[in-house]
Design a protein around this ligand. Structure first.
Ligand code: NDP
Length: 460
């Protein structure tokens, strides 16, 4: 085996998404010789076809409510506001181009060699890069596979007519009638986005309630609020076929219902993006969950080949990939090993309308794991909606371990829930008690103060 200095790179990263770029930069900052290959766009899913454009579109969709609400506060909007899809789409493209440039500069300034190429792993320490310039063979002491996930679409007659979450941002024409298949993050977010932008919006999900795994009350509350805003929800059914017609697509459901729409988004999960990487020939194969198995040092079955982010088990979230990248470089490129990564109590937000913010255990999980719990909850019409006339309601909820008084979970459905739960997550992560919440003085008048003024348990 060659010694470390005989390799061209100490670390070669495949995939310049959130996790890959962070690992490359932090390893380079430790003095490692680092290269990175990317054949698509810098910044990966999050920047190009995920978190960033989604949030921009979510902002766009929120204006609908804002215009509706304005009148009660004295604003007279002379004509109904009109939405221009191509303005949003093109402005979004400009912003993403700007971010791609920032990522390029981050890598360059960190001293990372950026290769616009597709990589294939040939051996434990060797890769081939394919680009317009031809093939290049490279050696590296460690190879990090950070190629993330790719949307997956189920098979049914007419499945070729659906768009996936990579494509939906750049539709040529605004879909006046829109259908989303699925019941996860992407499905509810895009149903809310297109509903807010003015489409007649439908969501179809195969079970009885979407957002499986979230707190049940949060799921029910979200269902009611999304319906109140006009999204049509079809549960316990699936698409049996899609036929292209003269005026859009005719979608037939397994329960016999039919629907005419202009676009169908399949938001049915994502799969590890490993095709053509050559990992299987080295004995690195996916487990039953479709993930690459790694140990706590992010080492695959071939220890010099590492993997992180959406490729490995764990929440498919940008901040998780970033944390894993920091952990990985701490383990492999610094003398002092870092503390193990704690995957529990990772806060998350779903940017449906209204937003969901959540950290820690759901009521159901807490009951199962801790037995005796107290649930504090409130739902109310936010102050803003007294004058706006909107009937939108907000849900806030704390799940508390009865014996220790520790807050096990905090959940919210309402405006800016993600912004608010980020702060609450520090308290939950720190293991603070309900008494600590109670001792905290509220900020008035806010919705957030409800989290420190919930005095009486709703149920046990
Ligand atoms: P999810 O895994 O969250 O949801 C997939 C959905 O598709 C589920 O409702 C699932 O149903 C359904 N589904 C799966 N297979 C089929 C099938 N064969 N037929 C019909 N329905 C099917 O995936 P998403 O695509 O929504 O998002 C991928 C991941 O990206 C998320 O899990 C999340 O980690 C991340 N993400 C995070 C966001 C955020 O932080 N705000 C935003 C967007 C994505 P069932 O419940 O029955 O399994």
């Amino acid at each position: 085996m060659a010694d470390a200095a005989s390799y061209e790179y100490d670390l070669f990263v495949i995939g310049a998404g959130s996790g890959g770029v962070r690992a490359a930069r932090t390893a380079a900052a430790q003095g490692a010789r680092v290269g990175i290959a990317e054949d698509r766009y810098l910044g990966g899913t999050c920047v190009n076809v995920g978190c960033v454009p989604k949030k921009l579109y979510s902002y766009a969709a929120h204006f609908h409510d804002t215009f509706d609400d304005a009148e009660g506060f004295g604003w007279e909007l002379d004509a109904p506001a009109r939405f221009n899809w191509s303005t949003l789409r093109e402005n979004k493209k400009g912003e993403i181009k700007r971010l791609n440039g920032i990522y390029q500069r981050l890598l360059e300034n960190a001293g990372v060699t950026l290769c616009n190429a597709r990589a294939k792993v040939d051996g434990a320490h060797s890769l081939t890069l394919f680009s317009d310039q031809g093939e290049q063979h490279i050696t590296a002491e460690k190879i990090l596979v950070a190629t993330g996930g790719w949307p997956w679409v189920p098979d049914f007659p007419g499945a070729e007519h659906v768009v996936d979450s990579n494509q939906v941002f750049d539709l040529d024409r605004f879909p006046e009638r829109f259908l989303v298949l699925g019941g996860g993050y992407i499905a509810v977010e895009f149903a809310s986005i297109f509903n807010g932008l003015g489409s007649e919006t439908h969501l179809i999900y195969r079970r009885d309630l979407f957002l499986r795994g979230f707190d049940d009350e949060v799921r029910e509350f979200t269902r009611d609020e999304m319906e109140r805003k006009g999204t049509h929800l079809h549960f316990n059914t699936h698409i049996s076929r899609i036929d292209k017609g003269s005026n859009g697509y005719r979608v037939t459901f397994t329960d016999g219902k039919t629907l005419e729409v202009d676009a169908v988004l399949s938001a049915t999960g994502r799969r590890a993006n490993v095709e053509g990487l050559g990992l299987d020939t080295l004995g690195i194969t996916l487990d039953a969950q479709g993930k690459i198995p790694v140990n706590e040092r992010f080492e695959t079955a071939v220890p010099s080949i590492l993997a992180l982010g959406d490729l490995i088990d764990g929440p498919e979230l940008t901040p998780v990939a970033l944390a894993e990248a920091m952990q990985l470089t701490g383990l492999h490129f610094t003398p002092e090993p870092p503390e193990p990564l704690d995957y529990s109590r990772i806060p998350t937000a779903v940017f449906c309308h209204p937003n969901i913010g959540t950290v820690g255990l759901s009521e159901e999980a807490a009951r199962e794991q801790h037995g005796s719990i107290r649930v504090y909850r409130t739902d109310f019409r936010a102050m803003q909606h007294t004058l706006s006339g909107s009937q939108e309601r907000t849900l806030m909820k704390l799940v508390v371990d009865d014996a220790s008084d520790v807050v096990l979970g905090a959940h919210m459905v309402g405006d800016d829930a993600g912004e608010l739960i980020q702060g609450i997550a520090i308290a939950v992560r720190a293991g603070l008690t309900k008494a600590d919440f109670d001792r905290t003085v509220g900020i008035h008048p806010t919705g957030a103060e409800e989290f420190v003024t919930l005095r009486t348990p709703d149920r046990r």
